[in-house]
Design a protein. Structure first.
Length: 248
């Protein structure tokens, strides 16, 4: 759920007026913080039926002060930004996020359904670093995979690795241009029977300038997160532990 501070500020002003009137001759109520109100509104409105502990939801703020919701779990020095497919939401990564946190890492599944998804993905990297992550990876599926590559190409300091599952070459971002400058370790995967997505994976792998890159084309027609079988999960968890070794 994406929002800005403006709506929350109007709500906060109305609350302040009501609170002051209720006080009568007493001290006026302290004016609420519009920024805090906006962040709480995003958390309250988040479409996250998989999240039993709503305290794990956070608001991610990009450079334009727009906000989106994210689900934050786990601890540790390694953080993983998870970017969903176009027809899904942050709950799509719940199973893989559990595997990530089970290895002692942090997982941050971000709502990136808006056109400024690249900026939100970059803000998610900054959020994990501010929270204490010393190593950060970005993982995306389908449109999220395109966003993962494009966002990572513009992050300074660089992320530690990127995984793209069934990414189109262009979808609200240009993955071709991204891999031509992205030198961090990268795994690019698609089902061999996904037709155009397999072709896109081959093209992106060929254009990649990374010295630690791996093309994975399992004999599958599954798309995006559907590729996360035992073998793929094992590869991705190994990638988080040692990107260079996993892409050798």
């Amino acid at each position: 759920m994406r929002t800005t501070w403006r709506t929350a500020a109007l709500v906060a002003l109305a609350t302040m007026v009501i609170g002051t009137s209720a006080c009568g001759e007493g001290q006026p109520a302290s004016p609420p913080d519009p920024a805090a109100a906006a962040r709480q509104r995003v958390i309250d409105d988040a479409d996250a039926p998989c999240v039993s502990d709503r305290g794990q939801l956070v608001a991610i703020e990009n450079a334009k002060h727009d906000l989106t919701a994210a689900w934050q779990t786990g601890q540790g020095d390694t953080g993983v930004v998870l970017l969903h497919q176009a027809d899904a939401g942050l709950c799509q990564w719940s199973t893989f996020a559990a595997l990530v946190t089970g290895k002692g890492h942090r997982a941050l599944s971000v709502d990136v359904d808006s056109r400024d998804a690249v900026e939100f993905a970059q803000a998610a990297v900054a959020h994990l670093r501010a929270a204490g992550a010393k190593r950060v990876f970005v993982v995306g599926a389908s449109r999220g995979g395109t966003i993962a590559l494009a966002a990572s190409a513009g992050v300074t300091p660089p992320v530690d690795g990127v995984v793209s599952l069934s990414a189109p070459t262009v979808y609200d971002a240009d993955a071709r241009a991204a891999v031509a400058t992205l030198s961090v370790p990268v795994i690019i995967a698609a089902g061999a029977n996904e037709a155009r997505f397999a072709d896109a994976a081959r093209e992106l792998h060929g254009l990649s300038v990374s010295t630690h890159k791996k093309l994975v084309l399992p004999a599958s027609h599954y798309h995006g997160v559907g590729l996360l079988d035992d073998a793929m999960n094992t590869l991705l968890l190994a990638f988080l532990a040692d990107p260079a070794a996993a892409t050798a």
